[in-house]
Design a protein around this ligand. Sequence first.
Ligand code: PLP
Length: 455
Amino acid sequence: MNDSVLADSDKKFIWHPFTQMKGWAEEKPIIIKEGRGCFLKESSGRWYLDAVSSLWVNIHGHRKKEIDDAIIAQLGSIAHSTLLGLSNGPAIVYAEKLIQLTSRSFYGLAPRLSKVFYSDNGSTAVEVALKMAFQYWTHKGEKKRHSFLSLKNGYHGDTLGAVSVGGIDIFHDTFKPLLFKTFKAPAPFCYRCELGKGPSVCSLACLNTAGEILKEHKNEIAAVIVEPLVQAAGGMLVWPEGYLKGIRELCDRYDVLLIADEVATGFGRTGKMFACEHESVVPDIMCLSKGITNGYMPLAVTLSTDGIYDAFLGEYAELKTFFHGHSYTGNPLACAAAGACIDIFEKENTLEELQPKIKLLEEKLSEISELQAIGNVRNKGMMAGIELVKDKKSKTPYPWEDKMGWKVAGKAREKGVLMRPLGNVLVVMPPLSISADNLSYLMDTIKKSIISVTV
Ligand SMILES: *Cc1c(COP(=O)(O)O)cnc(C)c1O
């Protein structure tokens, strides 16, 4: 099929996610046909630098030989078989490899993550975590723990449980009548502090609010769920130091579980393998997806401690079983890809190689922060947000209907860079394998695009 036939068929048959299809129908879609490293080629033959890692999933680049080979080798045996009542080699091997990885990452710290529950995307990994935490407490004889504490501006996926703990009004408000009740604490977002405080003078006042909610409602709350260190979809909101550790301490004090949703931050994104490592915090439950297979196949895991797992053990008739599962749970092809993805971290010293690139990113961000239209830049490792503002001094945002983020992205696209902003926040999240030269080119292109749209 040639380009324009494909474009017509796309408009005829596909309903795209998070997309106003009326606008889509009026534009010429970019149809991706090939990838190499951090570049994507559209069907007309033009190459683009991918600033958002195919929606945050790509870590080591496209067409990574070791991962291609792992999938091809697995195809020679079997593509899929179920984990319901059966097991398979790749799922077993990967679970062990992942537990070894988290054991190294969280060495010497408690609790210990020791069990792997498979699913196939970030939202379901979160659903599993919520149901697991809830059911854990019922087994402990605490039947009133129906709720969760989550943060404003949080994002945990698009299924209804995940939306219930979400905190982004523009995505989540529509579905309010369908959601279960949760408690919301302020996001530790210093640039626009909800409590009107300034960083370094506030002593983390937002943490006190979370503490007050937990103190008052601890008997109704099964778990606190957070995106550790960076609230990604909420606008790349980077937390002040100490907040995550404070949350862990509150969970311990009030005997509530901590769920770390590392779907976006896991697998090296923040400069360490897991974001929780930055504050020596181990969650009771951890969700991983996005980077897990280097963006090759849908796969997710929910990790838990022995303490949680053991609470589900009992006689068949006691009905303590964890009643949850998916058709593609533990898919062998995806698990083979995921194993190869971890091996590359070791073989290529990905995290060490990343450190100078994070420095370079920070230098470029600081240049960009000087621009008149930029209110705030923020990053943790290779995850960054650049917030456009109409008025720098008063921090007045551009009206969201102006689509300023998209206007900058449109300019960048003309210059060969693909971006996907979050409202007025430009997202910089290229594959960790991006070269320093390409990273420089990316950041310079973003800077030029901002200038050409805002002055
Ligand atoms: C993307 C994301 C999810 C949802 O993952 P899907 O695979 O899109 O369902 C959940 N939590 C966080 C933190 C995410 O960034």
